[in-house]
Design a protein around this ligand. Structure first.
Ligand code: FES
Length: 163
């Protein structure tokens, strides 16, 4: 985390001293963007940097499900399984992903390329079923579209969400 301190310092100058604990959330997001997850050493270093109790950082990490405490695959597939997506085939799409990748939700492929998660509503119910790949949305997913997407990812290409 130490190499992020100059960036954090710039943010810090915009906050009054009594509001420094408010920096916990953006700092954690930046750390995760950088490392891919929030490590134990990051928690200790951030607590010292912001002069906040460690528990304050642990509370943020446990409250927001987007934070990860361990490494995941290069591609994080987050499949929505909430009502609209379920009604439009999310279970079949998730089962298809499991078959293609040889993993279950919550697992990472042996080559470290893919982590599959199931999540609640991604806020795009009108285009269900929805899959997020890292930060990009992929909508109206069926088996054929999933196959095309996975093939592209397996070739090492980045994918833009279709417009
Ligand atoms: S239920 Fe899947 S995006 Fe809302």
């Amino acid at each position: 985390m130490q190499h992020l301190i100059p960036e954090f310092d710039r943010w810090r100058r915009r906050y009054p001293a009594e509001a420094l604990p408010s920096l916990v959330l953006p700092c954690l997001r930046r750390i995760q963007d950088d490392r891919g997850f929030v490590a134990e050493c990051d928690i200790a270093e951030l607590a010292a940097y912001l002069a906040v109790p460690r528990i304050q950082i642990e509370e943020v990490l446990s409250h927001y499900t987007q934070f990860r405490r361990a490494a995941i695959g290069r591609w994080h597939l987050q499949a929505c399984r909430n009502l609209s997506c379920s009604m439009r085939g999310a279970e079949a799409a998730i089962a298809h992903l499991c078959r293609r990748l040889g993993i279950q939700p919550g697992q990472t492929t042996a080559d470290g390329q893919f982590t599959l998660s199931t999540v609640e509503c991604l806020g795009s119910c009108g285009t269900a079923p929805v899959l997020m790949v890292n930060a990009a949305y992929h909508e109206n997913m069926d088996s054929a579209r999933l196959d095309s997407l996975l093939d592209t990812l397996m070739q090492g290409s980045t994918v833009e969400a279709p417009t």
